[in-house]
Design a protein around this ligand. Structure first.
Ligand code: ATP
Length: 230
C-alpha cells in the first residue's frame, strides 16, 4: 500500500481556530509483510492505521491499496482490508458467537444453515467451538478479541490493520493474539505500544507529533524510540 503526500487535518472543536495537523505530509510505500507503527500517545499511529481502510480520510494526498485509491474505491478497499480494534465490543453485534461469525460470512456463504455450519468451522479453527452458542457479552476480553479476529479473517482480507489489539489483554492473551497476528499470511499493519511485538515485525515506523521520524528495521527504530524517551 502507498501513501502519497498524505496530510490529515482536523477542525478544532468549537470554532474558527486554526485546524490541527494530525498527520503532516507523509509519503510511504509499505510493502513488507509486517509493519509496526510505534510512538507516544497521540502521535498519529491510529490516524495512519485508519487511513488504510478509509476510516480516516486524507485532507490532501492519496492512499492506495492494491493500486486502488481508498477515497474513490472505498468499498473494494474495505473488502480487502480487515480492521482489528483495541476493544472489539462494537464489532460484535449479533446475539451469539456463531451468529456473529455468520454475519461476517454473509457475502461468502449463501443460505442460513450453510452459513451456520461455516461459522462453526471458523470458530473451531480458533479453538472457540464451545463458545458458539454463548452471548458475545459473556466472553472475556481475550475471547472477544479472538472472536473479532476470527470474524475479520473469515473473509480473507489481503491486509489486516490492527490498532493496539493487545492493549486490553492480559499477558497470556496478549501473547496469543500477538502470535496469531504475526503468523498470518496477510500483510499486517500493527499500531502498538508493545515493543516486543514491534521487534518481531519486518519494518517499524516511529510516529511523533504527526510525523514519521524513524523508519526501518524494528531493532533500530525501537532503539531510537527508547533513546528518545531517555
Ligand atoms: N478528528 C480529530 N479531531 C481533532 N483532533 C484529532 C482528531 N483525530 C485525531 N486527533 C488528534 O491527533 C493526534 C493523533 O491521534 P491518534 O489517535 O492518531 O494518536 P495515536 O498515536 O494513535 O495515540 P494513542 O497511542 O494514544 O492511541 C491526537 O492528538 C488526537 O487528539
Amino acid at each position: 500500500m502507498q501513501l502519497e503526500r498524505v496530510v490529515v487535518r482536523a477542525a478544532t472543536p468549537g470554532g474558527p481556530a486554526p485546524e490541527v495537523t494530525v498527520l503532516d505530509e507523509t509519503t510511504l510505500d509499505l510493502t513488507e509483510h509486517r509493519v509496526a507503527l510505534i510512538g507516544p500517545n497521540g502521535s498519529g499511529k491510529s490516524t495512519l492505521a485508519r487511513l488504510v481502510n478509509g476510516l480516516v480520510e486524507p485532507t490532501s494526498g492519496r492512499v492506495l491499496v492494491d493500486g486502488l485509491d481508498v477515497a474513490k474505491k472505498g468499498r473494494e478497499v474495505r473488502r480487502r482490508v480487515g480492521f482489528a480494534f483495541t476493544d472489539p465490543t462494537a464489532q460484535l453485534v449479533m446475539p451469539t458467537v456463531a451468529e456473529d461469525v455468520a454475519l461476517s460470512l454473509r457475502h461468502r456463504v449463501k443460505g442460513r444453515e450453510a452459513r451456520d455450519v461455516a461459522a462453526r468451522e471458523v470458530l473451531a479453527g480458533y479453538g472457540l467451538a464451545e463458545l458458539a452458542d454463548r452471548s458475545v457479552h459473556t466472553l472475556s476480553g481475550g475471547q472477544r478479541q479472538l472472536l473479532a479476529l476470527a470474524g475479520v479473517l473469515a473473509v480473507d482480507p489481503t491486509i489486516l490493520v490492527a490498532d493496539e489489539p493487545t492493549t486490553l489483554l492480559d499477558l497470556r492473551n496478549a501473547r496469543r493474539i500477538g502470535d496469531l497476528l504475526l503468523g498470518l499470511p496477510q500483510q499486517l499493519v500493527l499500531a502498538t505500544h508493545d515493543l516486543d511485538l514491534a521487534l518481531r515485525c519486518d519494518r517499524a515506523l516511529l510516529v511523533e507529533h504527526g510525523r514519521v521520524v524513524a523508519d526501518g528495521p524494528p531493532a533500530d527504530v525501537v532503539a531510537h524510540y527508547r533513546a528518545s524517551v531517555g
